[in-house]
Design a protein around this ligand. Structure first.
Ligand code: NCD
Ligand code: ZN
Length: 338
């Protein structure tokens, strides 16, 4: 096939940051995507209605040339009252829970994943129908962090059967297997975890632009993720976890975690699904599954992908900073029709 149309593309896990970085990366998503679930891990994180509404306004301002819906989220705290959640419910798509210190800007996340500690807030969310997105990693050995989190997903899923739980950016075969065990469990998967393993990050020369949390795993994990994505497993959604950091924070000692994929996501997904003869499933994976799971109706937007070379820019610039995308300088075989 030499062209393919993606309708109402949704990125259900996206870091848009703030300030000058937001003004740069916002349009790189909003130009082609209809909407995105925007992560709340700013500094400080989004924990109040005022902060949430003003952030949404800044996103709209940054993306004002495009018909684009920012589905904003709140940063989970144990002390949210029922009244607070009831009042904010219509402004958010979900609440994102981070174990404290597990990833970028998560220092004020939860100290305990014990269901009893989390119960008051989860009970309110369950009653109010607010979905829970989770960064599911323990602080164990880096390759086992997600696997070790599976019993925690199980304990929350069984304690709150009416709560929609989204396992964010899954990276393992274990997570794929767990998806079908609980009706109320869903997941997002990134582009990079469909493509790379730990070998690509650290098997040769260290590749800081492929370093992220959770770290890419084994070939068998990647295969399980890819199989589920290619068949558009109905409980799996595309969430890029595109997480831009300035170049000097990536190419340094103590490199920040995050892969910046927003500008290449549609082209590479089309290439990947086409190479595997699964293009007919791409619109489910990138939009329809999420529309059903979250019950959303994103703005109408058709993007035509064509089989034509696209050279990925070596970086995107703002003020005196640069941000380096995945596959910088490489040639892709699909591009977006202008
Ligand atoms: C994300 C970031 O930079 O905000 N980093 C990452 O490696 N994925 C946070 C996250 O989603 O874990
Ligand atoms: Zn993320």
């Amino acid at each position: 096939m030499s062209s393919f149309t993606i309708s109402q593309a949704l990125d259900m896990h996206l870091h848009l940051r703030d300030g000058d970085m937001l003004n740069l990366v916002g349009p790189l998503t909003s130009k082609t995507f209809s909407g995105a679930l925007v992560m709340p891990n700013l500094v400080p994180p989004i924990t109040t209605k005022d902060a949430l509404l003003s952030y949404k306004q800044r996103i709209k301002e940054a993306c004002k040339d495009d018909d684009f819906e920012p589905y904003v989220t709140l940063f989970f705290q144990n002390n949210y009252s029922y009244e607070f959640l009831e009042d904010i419910k219509d402004e958010i798509i979900a609440i994102k829970l981070y174990p404290a210190g597990i990833t970028t800007n998560s220092e004020t996340g939860v100290a305990s994943m014990d269901v009893e500690v989390l119960r008051p807030t989860l009970e309110s969310m369950s009653k109010l129908g607010i979905p829970l997105c989770i960064h599911g990693e323990t602080n164990g050995f880096v390759m086992d962090r997600e696997k070790e989190f599976m019993p925690i997903y199980e304990s929350i899923a069984s304690a709150f059967p009416d709560l929609k739980i989204i396992m964010e950016h899954i990276t393992t075969k274990d997570a794929i297997e767990l998806l079908d065990k609980y009706d109320n469990l869903y997941a997002t998967v990134t582009l990079h975890h469909l493509l790379i393993t730990l070998d690509d990050v650290a098997g040769g020369m260290l590749q800081p632009h492929l370093f992220c949390k959770p770290i890419a795993k084994r070939p068998e994990d990647r295969s399980a993720l890819l199989n589920a994505a290619l068949k558009a497993h109905p409980k799996l959604m595309f969430g890029s976890d595109s997480a831009p950091h300035p170049k000097h924070k990536k190419e340094c000692c103590g490199c920040a975690a995050g892969v910046f994929t927003a500008p290449i996501a549609l082209q590479v997904l089309t290439q990947l699904f086409n190479d595997n003869n699964c293009l007919e499933n791409l619109n489910k994976f990138i939009s329809l599954n999420a529309q059903k799971i979250y019950g959303i109706k994103p703005p109408k937007k058709d993007i035509k992908l064509i089989q034509k070379e696209f050279i990925v820019p070596s970086s995107y610039e703002y003020k005196n900073e640069q941000v380096v995308p995945m596959y910088a300088g490489e040639t892709l075989t699909w591009s977006i029709e202008e």
